[in-house]
Write a protein that binds this ligand. Sequence first.
Ligand code: P6P
Length: 336
Amino acid sequence: MSQRISLTQYLIEQQREHGSIPQELRLLIEVVARACKRIAISVNKGALGDVLGTAGSENIQGEVQKKLDIIANEVLIEANEWGGHLAAMASEEMEAIHLVPNRYPKGEYLLMFDPLDGSSNIDVNVSIGTIFSVLKKAEGHKGVSEDDFLQPGSSQVAAGYCVYGPQTTLTLSFGNGVSMFTLDREQGSFVLTAENVRIPVDTQEFAINMSNQRHWDTPMQRYIDECLAGVTGPRAKDFNMRWIASMVADVHRILTRGGIFIYPWDKREPHRAGKLRLLYEANPLSFLVEQAGGAATNGRQRILDLQPTQLHERVAVMLGSKHEVERVTAYHLQAE
Ligand code: P6P
């Protein structure tokens, strides 16, 4: 087997040969990757490390925080605030943006993250992960505010996630395709294990929380009913279903073998566009999916085109194999 290359070597070669990764951005991603390794160590301790269970607090989303949610958030903040790459950070676990303290140099990048996606799975040993997104601060004005983060997902300069599962895998894109790295625990470094990842345009596998079916709107009901009708129905093929309840793990499966992931609007909270967060869940994962030849919409518009209006904005999400996303989006547009 040819010698596998480390994340560091990969990033330096991409920077040197393609000029696609500025040095400051390369260094930022290396810091995020090191933070993910530290999170993996805490996650893997489980009951041995007093990291399970709830922290006795709620986040801005009104969700009960797990101990590991807070640990992961603190690891990412502490790892990234001193490096000089960032102007500020934003997290699912923090209401306001986190400014780089004045004692440290500041950079032009903005880092957003869901420090531990799928935390309801932590205590039952099911895959979870860290999702991150990188933007550049607009030129020409001093300081940084929440408004600097309110850029469409198409403005991302990098995005990725780390899944803490049977393997610890880091998936990355800088806008020139998707690469995957597996943590070699003996070396203590991420090693390149997949490049130019592509999502099949067709699939027979959908991911949705079926227990919410009665709350969906008509086009969503139609799409899933047709999948369930199988080979004798209008789709003339059988479908399989998967639902991990960790978006990052469902998306990793889709990047690996295809599929469609859906968390739609539902009538339980009609004022809410969806459950998932736009800036640090849907945007980075949609960026990766599109970079791998897939598609991502909110049922009507391309997710990466959406103009955010607030930091913790929510959105409906339909992403994965291109032809399936196009079909379910067409059903929604026809119903308007
Ligand atoms: P439900 C995890 O809390 C999350 O934000 C996503 O990772 C996941 O896909 C979804 O919520 C699961 O939601 O309603 O099925 O528990």
